[in-house]
Design a protein around this ligand. Structure first.
Ligand code: C5P
Length: 206
């Protein structure tokens, strides 16, 4: 059983890298951010307050089809996810689901913020994917343009900085590089080069 942990901040490229690793190693992949996004969206739909732990907890037993809702991908829901994810009860409610996925026969790849530190500290390989705030905002900008949006660079930078600060400074499972993880900075890399480097780092750890 091979477990690979991929962590990093918003728009670092960790999702793209995790999916590429999943194809390369023939492993199933879980984007754990989607679980927190689903909780955030459920709170919104229920008219609750994402900063209120009881409201966020009530949203944790969402139905599985919600994970396919395209609305989960928006920056607004990402920000809601970041707010509900500070509550220890919410994190606890989602732990078992993630560990069950990680420990399935054959292994798995999970990407998120606390995979290498909390969910699977004994993972066989761990990488921490990062990129500068400007590069990450630029990726969001290009993505929004490609989807017909009218993005504003300054507000994208502010959103990413706010999300980084919240994710890194929370008391429970803050975003940080896990012991034994290798750092992969994708700021100056093409997607192809980032994937090649990720495979080389994982191969060296396995
Ligand atoms: O990765 P993504 O941007 O989809 O994650 C949305 C938010 O969910 C993050 O900003 C973070 O606050 C939270 N999250 C988390 N732990 C994870 C994955 C996501 O706290 N393992």
């Amino acid at each position: 059983m091979t477990i690979i942990a991929v962590d990093g901040p918003a728009a670092s490229g960790k999702g793209t890298i995790a999916r590429a690793l999943a194809r390369h190693y023939g492993l199933p992949c879980l984007d754990t951010g989607l679980l927190y996004r689903a909780v955030g969206l459920s709170v919104l739909k229920a008219g609750g307050d994402p900063d209120h732990e009881a409201d966020a907890l009530a949203a944790c037993d969402f139905d599985a089809p919600l994970l396919d809702d395209p609305a989960l991908r928006s920056e607004a829901v990402g920000s809601l996810a970041s707010r509900v994810s500070v509550h220890p009860g919410v994190r606890q409610a989602l732990v078992q689901r993630q560990r069950d996925f990680a420990t399935q026969p054959g292994g798995a790849i999970l990407d998120g913020r606390d995979i290498g530190t909390v969910i699977a500290p004994d993972a066989d390989a761990k990488i921490f994917v990062t990129a500068s705030v400007h590069v990450r905002a630029r990726r969001r900008y290009d993505d929004a343009l490609a989807h017909g949006g009218h993005p504003d660079m300054d507000s994208l930078i502010a959103d990413i900085q706010a999300r980084d600060t919240r994710d890194m400074s929370r008391d429970h499972a803050p975003l940080r590089m896990a012991d034994g993880a290798d750092l992969l900075d994708t700021s100056d890399l093409t997607i192809e080069a980032a994937i090649r480097q990720a495979i080389a780092l994982v191969d060296a750890q396995l």
